[in-house]
Every structure is written in structure tokens, then in C-alpha cells.
Ligand binder design. Structure first.
Ligand code: PLP
Length: 589
């Protein structure tokens, strides 16, 4: 047995002896028919829990129930986005738990109950998810809607929600009989849990009496993953909001602990102050985070995706035939390198047909299975630069004519308050109207979500990603594509820096001085390498598809990721020494 294997086993044994990991996330993509997530962060959380269940890790998760979901996107003919809510009923899908706990929000007592959903792993192990709900009769009407809308409302609403999650979550877990050994904060939204853990540790003493030693005890139990590579992206609130909503005692404690920055309560600083382990979500994002927070030790654990969830049915069948243990042991996807080319081509063809059928149904557009098809789908945040591909539309038209056709599928929602993001969508749709022809087909699919994401990453021929560096912390949709044998053409940002082998797993758009230069690099790759390969040397193309699975599918999965959390973050051989003497005091900062 290898060293790594042994340490993973002993780490899992420690989870059995030493207690559970409590995973906190504002959003979790649990099932396609439950709108409890907005995008990458929630999908990652769901995939993490699915892999934890597969591995048999003792883990429990906490989130909010989000009765009105995130939002449904509607696009009119001109590309204007309008939004509606996505009400759903936890009563129909979840188990109601007995305990009611209360937290104080803005001076009012708010009662919270929990709904349970069990994630079942491939080995039969279960990871429960508790979804907090304040829609109880005894609550004030305005508190009853606190767990309704994911990322809805204003700053006041968000801080109240984060109070329910952070202060209410640990209380609920205790009421349900859990005593977690480790608390994992998936992004700063859950950072207030550190205050709840401190309160539990103080056993009735007030927060005002907390000492350096008490802070150290909290730190010993907390682990934090940051996801945001720009300072403005970190969750912040005014000190007036902090004092009003959290109350004097809590706000004063956070000030004393140095969790305020530039005169604002900063959720990232709370989490940094009270965690013994902090990581970014890809190698480069670790570096960017260290530069942003130079006073902290920040490492990197690269994201992944849950392999079985994001592999198309046709490829699942191929993997089951060739690597029958791939669901239990994702590393065996490395042996995809031995799958015959024709089986790869056939499985991809099945995925492509499903996608074309869906496009016909959703958009009324007839696409061709024998035409090269590019996919671009992600949140319509401006840094993702959805329109970079159209920098020189005439060149695209020419390319499509020269090679016998080009099809491009777009999808993505802008947050309802994100006007520049909505403008990007409108721009892409206008360009699609202007330049679509017999040879060049451009389709924007409405309402990007789980199922559409799976269809697109399982059915296109190339996955395109054009973020502005270094804004893509990781990105995970290209990992889903890789599992389905779809190579990427991408800016070297996020995970792609690690996943890119030129001409083997995909291609890199060169880092050039401006957008025109980067677009030119994109076109050069298509004209000189990608389209000739696809249309003229299909066997070589199939070999690239296969190496995308073998090299990237076997690594960029949440099973490898959670194993790294187990050995480095949850149960390192010897806990980082967190005693008050060895840590730089929190109070003096
Ligand atoms: C995978 C996924 C994402 C994340 O994709 P990125 O590459 O990180 O942008 C977002 N939304 C949905 C619906 C997904 O399935």
C-alpha cells in the first residue's frame, strides 16, 4: 500500500474516532429539482457532499432552505433578461426535524427549524444535509422570509440570513445531537459560525470575557475555503449594520478580534481570524489569496466535480465496462487511456444527440451532429467575457464557410441586480441574430442550471472559457467537460493552469496584452489546429478526447479533492499547534 493510501485510511479512521466534519455553505446544489443554488459555489458544495458520502466520511452539512430558490431567467427576442422566483416546497421532498432553536437577529428572537435531506454514497454511507427554515408562525412576518431567497434582498437581508446560518446552524446541530470536531466554512457567508462555536466553548460565560485562549480553542476546530480572487467580491457589511443586526456584544467581539477591515465588518476576515487551516480553490488562486491576505498562511486545494454526477449516461456505460470501480475509486479513470477510439466516439455521439434534441426543443433550432460545436455556459459575470469570442465576427463567418460549419451554444444567467452582466447577454444575443447563417449557428439557451449544464458539457465538441485573468478562482464546468471527453480551449486561469497540456487535454489561449490579442489567439487555435484536426483527422481528435478523460477526469474530481481536505485540513497527522502561546495573538491585531 502506498504512503498516500495509508494516510487517507488513517485519516478516515480518525473521522470515525474523533468526530465529524460540519460543512457549512450558503448554497448547495442537492438535486436538479431543488433550486437551492445559484452556480459554481453551490455545485461544488453538492459535489463535495456526494463524494464525502461515497468515501464514507463522517460529515454533516448545513445550509438554508431557500423556499423561493434563486431565480428563473426569461430572455425576450432582443436579449433582455427578466427574472421570476422559483418557489418550491420542502414539505414534499424533505424530512422535518423536531428541534426548534432560536437566535437573536436585530434584537428579535427568531425561531429556526431544520429539514433533512440524506445524500447516499455509492458505498451506502449517508451524509445528512440540514436546511434551516425560519418560516414559522411564532416569527415576525419579516423574519419568516429570511430563508426564502438565495442572494436576494439588500445588505440587511443578507446579514440577517448569514446570522441564521452562522449562529443558528451550530445551535441546530447541537440540538440534533451532533458535536462536530471540525467546522468547514465554504466561503465567508458562514463565518459567523465561529462566534457560535465560541459561545458553545464559553459554556455560559459572556463573549466579553473571551480570552486569547478561548479564541485558540475555536481556531482549533475551524477550516475555511475562500473562493473569491478580488477584494470587492468578499462579503462586507457596515459597522452600523453589524451592531444593529448582530447586537452590541457580538459586534464588539468581532471588532476586538480584528474581523473588521476598512471600517467594515468583513466575513472573510472573521473566517481568517478563526481558522487553523485556510485554502484557495486552485494553485493560482492560493497565490492570489496569499497576496490579498499576506498576514495569513493560505494553501490551495484545487476544486473538482462529482464524477458520476457529471458523466453522461453513455460514458458512464463505457467506464462501467472498462473501469468497473471508477465510481468508488475515481483514480481508475486514468485507465481511460486504454478505451478504443471508436467507443469514445460513439459515447460522445450519444451525448451530442441528446444535446441537439434538447436545443430543438428549447430553442427551436435544428443543429447538425456532424458540425463542430462549441459550448460556452456560465454565470454571465462580466469578467467571464462571454463576447470575447465575437471580437472579430467576420473572421468567424469565414471560418465557418471554410471548414463546412460551426455551431456555438451559449447559456448563462446574470444576477437580477447585475446590469453589466445583463448587458453582456443582450450583446451576445444581438450578435447571434446578426451573424447566424446556414454555416454559422449561434444559439443562446435560456435558464442555465444543472440539467442544461450536464447536457452541454456532455454534448459539445469543445468547451470555451475566456475569463479575464486572474478572476477565475477555479472554474469547474471545464472539468465536467473533461469527464465527457470534451477538451477545453481556455485562457490560462483557474484550474486550467493545472489541467492544460497543449494538444493533449486541450489548448491555451495565449496571454496577450489586450482583448484583441487574446481573441486573435483564440481564432488562430481554431483555424490552424482545432478545426483541421476535428474535420480531417478524426482518430487523432478521439485520442485527445480520451486523454482529457484519463488525465483530467481522473484528477479534477471531488473525490481527490475531499481526500486532500481529509489529510491536510480535517485530520492532519498532528494538528497545527493552536495553543494561545504559539499563535500570533488575535487581540493585538
Ligand atoms: C458547473 C456549473 C457552474 C460552474 O461553472 P464554472 O465553470 O465555474 O463557471 C455554474 N452553474 C452551473 C449550473 C453548473 O452546472
Amino acid at each position: 500500500m502506498t504512503e498516500t493510501n495509508r494516510s487517507h485510511l488513517s485519516a478516515l479512521a480518525r473521522s470515525a474516532e474523533d468526530g465529524m466534519v460540519a460543512y457549512f455553505s450558503m448554497e448547495i446544489a442537492i438535486r436538479p429539482d431543488m433550486p437551492t443554488y445559484s452556480g459554481g459555489l453551490g455545485v461544488l458544495a453538492g459535489d463535495t457532499l456526494r463524494s464525502a458520502a461515497d468515501l464514507g466520511l463522517r460529515m454533516v452539512a448545513t445550509t438554508l432552505v431557500h423556499r423561493k430558490g434563486y431565480f428563473q431567467q426569461h430572455l425576450d427576442g432582443e436579449g433582455n433578461q427578466t427574472d421570476s422566483s422559483q418557489p418550491w416546497s420542502p414539505e414534499e421532498k424533505l424530512v422535518a426535524e423536531e428541534p426548534i432553536v432560536t437566535v437573536t437577529v436585530e434584537g428579535r428572537s427568531v425561531a429556526i427549524r431544520a429539514w433533512r435531506f440524506d445524500v447516499h454514497g455509492v458505498t451506502g454511507h449517508t451524509v445528512p444535509i440540514y436546511m434551516l427554515d425560519t418560516d414559522l408562525e411564532q416569527n415576525d412576518p419579516e423574519d419568516r422570509n429570511l430563508t426564502d431567497q438565495l442572494y436576494g434582498g439588500d445588505g440587511n437581508y443578507r446579514l440577517r440570513q448569514e446570522t441564521v446560518l452562522g449562529l443558528g446552524g451550530p445551535k441546530m446541530l447541537a440540538a440534533l445531537g451532533y458535536d462536530p470536531a471540525v467546522y468547514h466554512m465554504n466561503e465567508g457567508h458562514a463565518a459567523l459560525l465561529t462566534v457560535a462555536v465560541l459561545e458553545q466553548h464559553l459554556e455560559g460565560r459572556t463573549l466579553a470575557t473571551a480570552t486569547e485562549r478561548d479564541f485558540a480553542a475555536v481556531r482549533e476546530r475551524c477550516v475555511f475555503t475562500t473562493h473569491t480572487p478580488v477584494p470587492a467580491g468578499h462579503d462586507r457589511f457596515s459597522m452600523e449594520q453589524a451592531h444593529r443586526i448582530l447586537g452590541e456584544e457580538c459586534a464588539t467581539l468581532l471588532e476586538r478580534a480584528g474581523a473588521c477591515h476598512d471600517g467594515l465588518l468583513n466575513m472573510t476576515y472573521i473566517a481568517l481570524r478563526f481558522s487553523r487551516f485556510v485554502n484557495g480553490v486552485a494553485m493560482q488562486h492560493g497565490k492570489v489569496s496569499r497576496a490579498m491576505f499576506p498576514d495569513y498562511k493560505i494553501t490551495a486545494i484545487t476544486n473538482g466535480v462529482h464524477a458520476a454526477t457529471w458523466t453522461s449516461a453513455a460514458f458512464q456505460a463505457v467506464f462501467d465496462r472498462h473501469m468497473p470501480r471508477w465510481r468508488q475509486d475515481n483514480v481508475t479513470l486514468r485507465y481511460a487511456i486504454d478505451i478504443p477510439e471508436n467507443e469514445v466516439a460513439e459515447a460522445h455521439g450519444a451525448g451530442k444527440k441528446l444535446l441537439m434534441d434538447a436545443v430543438r426543443e428549447l430553442a427551436g433550432t435544428e443543429l447538425r451532429k456532424d458540425v463542430f460545436t462549441i459550448g460556452f455556459a456560465r454565470r454571465a459575470a462580466t469578467y467571464k467575457r462571454a463576447d470575447l469570442f465575437f471580437h472579430d465576427p467576420e473572421r468567424l463567418v469565414k471560418m465557418a464557410e471554410q471548414f463546412g460549419g460551426l455551431q456555438i451554444l451559449y447559456s448563462g444567467k446574470a444576477h437580477p441586480a447585475d446590469q453589466p452582466g445583463k448587458a453582456k447577454i443582450k450583446h451576445v444575443i444581438e450578435l447571434a441574430h446578426e451573424y447566424s447563417s446556414d454555416k454559422l449557428k449561434i444559439v443562446y439557451l435560456e435558464n442555465y442550471a444543472w440539467k442544461l449544464g450536464a447536457l452541454l458539457t456532455g454534448g459539445v465538441d469543445l468547451w470555451l472559457n475566456t475569463p479575464k485573468r486572474p478572476y477565475e478562482a477555479s472554474g469547474t464546468s471545464g472539468m465536467k467537460a473533461a469527464l465527457n471527453g470534451v477538451p477545453s480551449l481556455s485562457i490560462l486561469d483557474g484550474w486550467w493552469i493545472e489541467g492544460w497540456i497543449e494538444g493533449v487535454t486541450g489548448w491555451a489561449i495565449e496571454d496577450r496584452e489586450d482583448e484583441a490579442g487574446e481573441a486573435a489567439s483564440l481564432y488562430e487555435h481554431l483555424e490552424q489546429t482545432i478545426l483541421p484536426l476535428y474535420y480531417q483527422r478524426p482518430e487523432q481528435w478521439q485520442q485527445i478526447m480520451r486523454s482529457a478523460i484519463a488525465l483530467n477526469g481522473s484528477f479534477f474530481n471531488t473525490q481527490r479533492m475531499i481526500e486532500q481536505y481529509i489529510v491536510n485540513a480535517y485530520y492532519p497527522e498532528s494538528l497545527v499547534d493552536c495553543s494561545a502561546e504559539t499563535l500570533e495573538p488575535i487581540l493585538s491585531k
